[in-house]
Write a protein that binds this ligand. Sequence first.
Ligand code: APR
Ligand code: ZN
Ligand code: ZN
Length: 372
Amino acid sequence: MLAAVMYTQGLPTPYEHSQPFRIEEVDLEGPADDEVLVEIRAAGLCHSDLSQVAGLRKRKVPVVGGHEGAGIVREVGRNVNTLKEGDHVVMVGVSDCGHCQMCIENRPVLCNSVAWSRSQGLLPNGNRKLSRQGMPLNHYSGVSSFAQYAVTMPQTLIKVDPAVPLDIVAMFGCAVVTGAGSVFNAAQVRPGQNVVVFGLGGVGLNAVMAAKLSNADRIIGVDIHESKFALARELGCTDCVLATDPDIVPRIKELTQGGVDFAFEVSGSKPAMATAVAVTRKGGEIIGVGLGASGDLYSYDHAQLVAEEKVIRGSFLGSGVPARDLPLYVDYFQTGRLPVDRLKSGTMGFEQLNKNLDMLDKGDVVRQILLP
Ligand code: APR
Ligand code: ZN
Ligand code: ZN
């Protein structure tokens, strides 16, 4: 099959020229008893892919990229009884083992054993299915959706209504589950509360839509690109402020009578995190959703932390239970409450993948969908 393979992290921009992804013929071993073969019909390009290419987060190479995907089940191992040939599925970069401490606490996205297999470039059962001319290739988050087919664990796949187009379904696996989940599960925004979202990309706009669906009062969008504001307003932002506005802190405080209840940092940017803390009211919460560069550190005034009782917390992949949440989000989409289709900027073939990394890097697109 054809797949996008990355051999080196940290190649320079423009990626159109340095070509971090090479489109190659690779071998995929068929599914074992506890695995599933999926024909991938669509794969979203996320900012995390860009971080991986840039080398901000180290992963094992060579690796077949991609962690947002959707497709059709083509073969199931004999021990798999939750899916069957022909099912339409969305891929999620988690696969809970069911018995570690995190899984027992019903926090499957934090599953300890998946964290291990992810770091090793393996499937959660420890298998490796990808190779090229006998050379082993790594899996990316147990998904590797920049390919024509994938073999995954059944827990990575969530069955969806075949009536929903697969190029839209693909976005649910990361952008929707992460952005909407940060609002519904991590923050649990109540009607009338005020929120700000830093970073109006595929993930941030899902937080905006979820805040609207939660009947938040003020939904303030912040970005470094003014071009992001029109769509953000359409999807729920009541106000938009440029991250570079020197008066950003007093402006947001004024709009919210002293500060927001929840600040969502969805750009992975260190300066945005500092602003997020500054615009949050006493006792409010700052929720880090965007994955920054590993090693980035924040500082916080100790006395202020105590006296103001602000909470800083992380939210990974929506802090929920994907198998429970995703069907609900798909239903919200089908009933017009979560217009995820508005996030799709366009489609690409394999040959435009590197160029599309540059487009995402420049902030020119929201979600570009690879049709392998
Ligand atoms: N302040 C506000 N917005 C910013 C800043 C900043 N300092 N820096 C960048 N942005 C904006 C970009 O202009 C862009 O619109 O953040 C947005 C990020 O959007 P995308 O590139 O589309 O990224 P997305 O795929 O939504 O992912 C966002 O979530 O999953 C994580 O690792 C991923 O960190 C990434 C984040
Ligand atoms: Zn992602
Ligand atoms: Zn587990």
